[in-house]
Write a protein that binds this ligand. Structure first.
Ligand SMILES: [Mg+2]
Length: 374
């Protein structure tokens, strides 16, 4: 079997709400959720779908860089190759865009990785979770993202999340420790019995992070995501020794080489895995295996994923039986998508799709209507 062609289809999905990170709004309503769909067709006509949906204030890739790299650099070296040799596909892509501390434009590479996984699973007539060879769970629990800057907006957001049936709340922090502690305290007060944890997206200095950690710990918070810049290895170790909370690495956990180096420095206790930031399923599962074998807390997350990235994440996180709520907040923010039928849900739990491949049924008319000229 050979990959015969790869079509690159940039899209803009309308948003119903924005997410605000420590660096600002991840995407404005006007921008929408911009992504690059790829349609990979094999020589027997089997089709696999993937997507790159970067968050430009979260990491260095943009929808423009993804479209350009996929179209002109990555896709051309995959045409003619065997899609079942997924390691070989990554080696070919890495030959063109070199990995560094991260896998080298991982979000662009993830689009092609997902398309190849979708394609081979469809060819075999199995879903991705079956291909992964692990069925620890048939579902994951979703969390609601609280990213409103002001206290009143924060309260409205929490009320909306509760009304929509969410039982887990991730709070974006990383501005000023005292205000952030007050915000997290308020979310905890409003959500009795729910899971609440903060994510600073590298927004604090070490000193601020130590103050924030003391405050969050006093509130009974058990997990704190990426408090300081990913390059501050000394600070990560110091934070871990200063608190009993699990300090989970997200931006610092994009590639295996850096994570392994951080393990050698005793600077890791928890890893946030995202299918897109790691370059796709091929690497994301390696990080999951590493976390499990090392006894680290394993957390599943995303970048406001549209349905293809969302479905791939559900297969992976359920395969590993991740019980902690997953921050896959596409459904909270994306107003309309490209699906011909919705993905399976049970309340605020996402069920593993059972159709072959990722289990995503695409509506080509919707894709055409949301096309973005890039
Ligand atoms: Mg995070």
């Amino acid at each position: 079997m050979k990959i015969e062609r790869i079509d690159v289809l940039p899209l803009r999905l309308p948003l119903k709400a924005v997410a605000t990170l420590s660096r600002g709004v991840s995407r404005t309503i006007e921008e929408g959720k911009q992504l690059v769909l790829v349609r990979m067709t094999a020589d027997d006509g089997t089709v696999g779908w993937g997507e790159a949906g970067p968050s430009r204030r979260w990491s260095a890739e943009t929808v423009h860089s993804c479209a350009t790299s996929i179209r002109h650099v990555l896709a051309p070296v995959l045409v003619g190759r065997d899609p079942f040799d997924i390691a070989g596909l990554h080696a070919a892509m890495n030959g063109e865009l070199a990995p560094g501390l991260d896998p080298g434009q991982p979000i662009a590479k993830a689009a092609l990785d997902l398309a190849a996984h979708d394609l081979v699973c469809k060819k075999l007539g199995i879903n991705l979770q079956t291909w992964l060879g692990a069925k620890a769970a048939d579902r994951i629990t979703l969390s609601w993202l609280v990213s409103a800057p002001g206290l009143q907006e924060l309260e409205r957001s929490v009320e909306q999340g509760l009304a929509e049936g969410y039982t887990a709340f991730k709070v974006k922090v990383g501005h000023a420790p005292q205000e952030d502690i007050a915000r997290v305290r308020r979310v905890i007060e409003l959500t009795p019995g729910c899971v609440v944890w903060p994510d600073a997206n590298q927004g604090y200095t070490l000193d601020q992070a130590l103050r924030a950690a003391r405050g969050f710990e006093a509130l009974g918070v058990e997990l704190f995501e990426q408090p300081i810049p990913m390059s501050e290895f000394y600070g990560m170790k110091k934070l871990l020794s200063a608190t009993s909370m699990n300090i989970a690495l997200d931006e610092a956990a994009m590639g295996l080489p850096l994570v392994i180096d951080l393990i050698r420095r005793d600077a890791v206790e928890g890893l946030v895995v995202k299918v897109n930031k790691t370059g796709g399923i091929f690497y994301a599962r390696q990080l999951c295996d590493l976390a499990r074998n090392a006894g680290f807390k394993l957390i599943g997350s995303g970048l406001m994923d549209a349905p293809i990235g969302f479905a791939a994440s559900v297969h992976l996180f359920a395969a590993y039986g991740i019980e902690f709520p997953c921050d896959l907040n596409g459904p909270q923010h994306i107003k309309e998508d490209y699906l011909a039928e919705p993905l399976p849900m049970d309340g605020r739990q996402a069920l593993v799709p059972q159709r072959p491949g990722l289990g995503v049924m695409m509506d080509e008319k919707k894709i055409a209507a949301m096309a973005l000229a890039l």
